[in-house]
Ligand binder design. Sequence first.
Ligand SMILES: C[S@@+](CC[C@H](N)C(=O)[O-])C[C@H]1O[C@@H](n2cnc3c(N)ncnc32)[C@H](O)[C@@H]1O
Length: 301
Amino acid sequence: MESKPTPETIKTSQRVLTCPDQDQSFGKDPTKRRDSDNFVQEYVPGFVDKWDELIDWKRRAESEGDFFIQALKDRGCRKILDVACGTGFHSVRLRQAGFEVVSVDGSASMLAKAFNNGRKHGFILRTSLVDWRWLSRDIHDKFDAVICLGNSFTHLFKEHDRRKALAEFYAALRHDGILILDQRNYDGILDEGYSSQHKYYYCGGDVVAEPEHVDEGLARFRYAFPDGSEYFLNMFPLRKDYTVRLMHEVGFQQITTYADFQDDDKVDDPDFFIHVAEKDYSENPDRFVPNKREVSRADGI
Ligand SMILES: C[S@@+](CC[C@H](N)C(=O)[O-])C[C@H]1O[C@@H](n2cnc3c(N)ncnc32)[C@H](O)[C@@H]1O
């Protein structure tokens, strides 16, 4: 039987985050919890134990195929920093494909699970407990690619935190490295309402993953499991153009966005977007022209 991590106190460079051992707690009004530190309390051991049931490694691997492996190989990447390794799905897949991988996450429970999953697959993952906002304090190496996958960036609620995290990712890259960062299609959810066929990412067939509350500053999702347990995540609903603009502003040059692993313009109402952002200097990067709504909204954050 796997041992569960005990509740513990995690010191980041600036603050102390406590990881509870029992239930999630969002207070009296869960919709008021809009904080970049929340994730530590959200990924309680019970939820982390269920995470692999939610994502279903086998079906997720089938649904995304070799997309990330190919994207990394095409750009000559060998050394990868997985900054939101979660339970280790992509770290293990990349190790299996022969990449050198360092796996980090800000949740001790997730990291412990990733390490155990790595061992089950015959790997000792090089894990490190790191908050993206202080990544360079603990990770001093340079990488060909930083991957931030599984809709993880959505956990940052303040624009200041998003900029800092992106700047840390940028700094961890070699001069011609790439960042691969994905996100849910929140534009679709905010503008048209939620619809998902669970084909990608959250592939567990018997698990319900649906929004309980959505507004411009919060997407609160409920994850219900066959044994009756349910967990929640409070996330910031990133609009696609806004994410791209932030990446440009911290210095990324060419940014290519894919929708559900295909060219962006080929998919109607995708579930997820994947951005591949290049650090290498470009004489003429695609100029980003934000639409009106995106500008006014981002300025208010
Ligand atoms: C939705 S999970 C995705 C996990 C994994 N990438 C996957 O696809 O299954 C988001 C992950 O991001 C991590 N995370 C969120 N905010 C973070 C932060 N500020 N620093 C480090 N990790 C963070 C969480 O602990 C969690 O493991």
